[in-house]
Structures are given as structure tokens and as C-alpha cells.
Write a protein that binds this ligand. Sequence first.
Ligand code: FES
Ligand code: FE2
Length: 357
Amino acid sequence: MAAIWPKNSWYVAFWSEDIKDRDLHPRRILDEPIVFYRTESGEIVALEDTCPHRLAPLSLGKAKDGDRIACAYHGLEFDRTGTCVFNPHTDHKIPPAAKVRSYQVTEKYSLVWVWMGAGTGDPGEIPDYSCLDDARPEHISTRNYMTIKADYRLIVDNLLDLSHVPFLHAGVLTGTVNDDVNVTQDGDTVTIARWSYDVPVPSLTNMMFRNDGKNVDSWLLMHWRPPSYMILDTGVREPGTPKESGTGYFGLHLLTPESEQSTHYHFGAVRFTVPPRPLEEDLKIRETISVGRKYAFEAQDAPVIEAQQARMNEVGNRRLALLEVDAGAVRVQRVLAKLVAEEQTGAAPERTPAHVR
Ligand code: FES
Ligand SMILES: [Fe+2]
């Protein structure tokens, strides 16, 4: 089957805080089983999760001294390079084939990133999620993770097309069908901007902004960069004033294909231009953002996307009745298809800028 994802890319594997102590953490990424763990000195290692002896998953084993892990089945030990460095059995010989792939891995912005391509990835190409490092803790929502049983491209479509918000997320998230919508493309980066002018203030942003219930201009700017890095810049301002005078949050969406029909989804939100407030109010706002977004994605988006995937499997390819609101999603799928095709034909892909916004 033809690939549906570019391989020459960094993908998010975990939130950093989820790789604790010396536990072994299996995770399938682009349909490759990988085991992640920390060395004794705390660095992350990512190895192919298949023992070369009898193919037992290495993640069933345990961490050993230094940077080693030992297979649970017959005790072969591997170091961070994936080389077998110890055979506990009688002759202690190590066969040349006793080696697994070691993936390049790095921690940045409280996330663990793995390079899935050939050669060496440049960590400088990881998109800018520095707001996760720079913001005060009370301005960062809970770091969340879930899997959705669907092709990651359906989730990209869902996030790009925020015209679904007033339907699927009515009363939970903010959005209207009458927004002023504008799609722009800069290289391989696509932005879909939705603005509403002089409209009633939504309750969450009212609480975040002036708490006076007066009308606002509101915006939803979704930025996408290949393969599946997304940042939503959303907020409100006093009507007619500069955007910088308002407040809002960055909604962070990081999608990593687990397999062709399953996706790891890491998400969070970081407030920007936060007006001074007592800490208790900021903590309350953080709780509201965390709970609302988690509910919207887990209880509202995921079931629809999974049901959509199931129906697509039933009906196969069929011409879709696309709407004007699908323009951005169509562009993004074209860029993705181009990148995947370039990789498969060996054409050098054009590099995209390092910053998603
Ligand atoms: S299967 Fe791993 S040591 Fe035998
Ligand atoms: Fe949604």
C-alpha cells in the first residue's frame, strides 16, 4: 500500500513528563514499533522494539546499568546505539546480527521528538512550540494525549475546518458559520483565518479578557505545517482595535500516525497577552480551558472522526461534495500528497521554514 505520511520528519512521541524514571515505553509510530526509555543520566533513547534474537518486544524487558536495556526473554542486553553488548549465555558470543535500529530522538518544548527518516534529522527543523517553555505554569493547560482510531489526515481536516465548531462543539467551543474566512499559503505552510467582528463575547474569552460582557472581535487562525504540526491562535479584542490589544490562547495540536488508521494526538493550550489577574482566577481559567478542550476533542471530535473512518472503509473512494469551507483542507492534502510522492520518487523535498507561524 502506498505510504500516506512523509518519513523524513520529526514526529512527537510523548510529552517529556510521560517518560519517567527508567520505565520502558512502547509506542508504534508510522507503523514501526519503538521502545523509549531514559538512561541512568536521564537522556531519552529510542530503539526498534523487536529483539533480533527471537523477535520478542524489547519493551517487555527492563532497564539496566547506564544506557542498557535487557530483553525479557533470554536476557540479551542492548545499549543506546541498539548494539547487543551482553549475552548472558555460556559462550557469551554476540552474533553480528544482534543489533536493532536506534532512532534519533530529542527533547524540545516539553515534548519527545523522534526522527523517522533516513540519515540525520536537524532538530532546528522542529517547529516553534516555545510558548510551552516560556509561559507561566498557570497559563498552560493540562498536557493531554489520546489516540484516535483514524487516518491522521482526517484529524488534520477536522482541525483545519473549524466551521464544524458551532455544530459539533455548540456550547463548548466558540465559532460561528458567518466568519470572514481567508486561506493563505506560504511555501508549505497553510493558514486558515476566521474572523468575526463586533459579536457577543463568548463566555470563556469574556472571563479571559475584560469580564464585562461587551461585544468583541474574535479570531481563529489555524496554522498548519507538514506533516501534522498545528497551532491555533485564537482570541478576542475590543472591536476595531489592534489584535495585540486582545487576549487569547495558542491551541497546540500534534498528530503522529500510529498506523494507517490510528493516530497519536498530543494537545495543549498556552495563553498569550494575559491581563493581570489574581492567581486563583488564572487557575480557574486554566481548568476551564483544559476541561473544555479535552471534552471537545475526546467526546465530540474523536467519535465523529472514528465513525467517519469506519464509513470510509465501507464505501471506499467516492467523490465528495466539497464546500467552500474545505478550501484550506484541500490545499493541505495536496501539499502532503506532494511531499509523500517526492519521498517515494527520491526527489529532494523542498525544506519548509522552521517556524509554523
Ligand atoms: S528474544 Fe530477546 S533475548 Fe531472546
Ligand atoms: Fe473539533
